[in-house]
Design a protein around this ligand. Structure first.
Ligand code: ACO
Length: 332
């Protein structure tokens, strides 16, 4: 019989992130597609973004962010019991990026797997790792959001290439004192909307072929307007639903860390939740949309700046292809 144990309190012990050094500005994009700095800034809030150099893959970014998170947590990467990498831009379709990361970290103890929920991947992964750890069977999890989006973007499509970017963020999870750590989650998906954000080619539906490449179907396609309408509604709603079981209200949120897709979506969420601007974390002007990596990168920035204080309430929220969405509430 399984003993009737109380779940342990699980929280974030350390954070890390890594952005590739190469910066691509809106002015650079003006030379590549029919766009302007003014259009990109006013419609999205993005000014510049980081892009990987040739030869760099998703796991390279992920391993570096993971190493930094382990260092901040004071946990040897070899002692991690579980590695989850949230990504939809993996190094290889098989094996998983998480296994590539495990190899790079010299870890032989963990079980490692990828979680694909597009931009919601990190928020989903945090919940999955939380539930593994609260059983007490595993001590430390490394949860990473990492994307090499630039490899799957059509650099001739101005509708998408101005939005996305590369980068990785990571956290180490472990036991914390009762009443702190991850307090709740709310997650959802809508499989009737798979066409809104999709990489149609090079999967088992349309395997790689000259026709697929000719049609540029190996690249991400997005119906931006439809995603925008969905996002404006879901971001506030997901946070409200995640708050419900905690007994906290939106007034208790010290830091809202939303998915960094569009400043207009972030501002709409802040308004709905009645949060002053300074409590909403924004870095998309410098980082663009790094998909599953946006939330952990933004978290790492404010933690390293010393802004997050013990006892602060944090709300993470993301949405993306699937469609998927999710939110977590955390007491620091
Ligand atoms: N430069 C100049 N003009 C452009 C550009 C560009 N880079 N991109 C599009 N346009 C044009 C369009 O062609 C269109 O022209 P038309 O009216 O002549 O057809 C016009 O600008 C307006 O286009 P809209 O799509 O209506 O512009 P909108 O204000 O909706 O902004 C955007 C587009 C930025 C994509 C917005 O819809 C958005 O942010 N959507 C949400 C995307 C998102 O959040 N994705 C996250 C999930 S992604 C994931 O999971 C991987």
């Amino acid at each position: 019989m399984v003993p009737n144990r109380r779940p342990r309190a699980i929280g974030i012990l350390g954070t890390g992130s890594h952005l590739p050094p190469r910066v691509l500005t809106n002015h650079d994009l003006e030379q590549m597609v029919d766009t302007t700095d003014e259009w990109i800034r006013s419609r999205t809030g993005i000014v510049e973004r980081h892009i990987v150099d040739d030869g760099v893959a998703c796991s390279d970014l992920a391993a570096e962010a993971g190493r930094r998170a382990c260092e901040a947590a004071g946990v040897d990467p070899r002692d991690i019991d579980l590695i989850i990498c949230a990504t939809f831009t993996p190094d290889t379709i098989c094996p998983s990026t998480a296994c590539h990361v495990q190899g790079k970290l010299g870890n032989s103890r963990a079980f490692a797997f990828d979680l694909e929920a597009a931009c919601s991947g990190f928020v989903y992964s945090l919940s999955v790792a939380w539930h593994f750890l609260e059983t007490g069977r595993y001590r430390h999890a490394l949860v990473i959001g990492s994307e090499a989006m630039s490899r799957f973007i059509d650099w001739e499509d101005r509708n998408t290439c101005v939005l996305f970017a590369d980068g990785a963020g990571a956290v180490v999870l472990g036991e914390v004192e009762e009443g702190r750590g991850i307090l709740s989650e709310h997650m959802g998906s809508d499989g009737s909307q798979t066409d809104l954000i999709i990489i149609p080619g090079c999967g088992s539906r349309k395997p790689a072929s000259p026709a697929v490449l000719e049609g540029r179907e190996q690249y991400l396609k997005m119906l931006g307007n439809e995603v925008f309408k969905f996002a404006v509604r879901i971001v506030g709603e997901a946070v409200e639903k995640a708050l419900e079981p905690t007994g906290l209200t939106q007034d208790d949120i010290d830091w809202l860390i939303p998915h960094q897709a569009n400043i207009r979506i972030i501002e709409a969420a802040g308004k709905r939740l009645n949060l002053p601007r300074e409590r909403v974390v924004v870095n998309l002007d410098r980082c663009g949309n790094t998909s599953a990596a946006t939330v952990p990168i933004a978290l790492d920035e404010i933690v390293r700046e010393g802004k997050v204080k013990e006892g602060d309430i944090l709300a993470f929220v993301a949405f993306g292809g699937g469609l998927t969405w999710g939110a977590n509430i955390i007491r620091w």
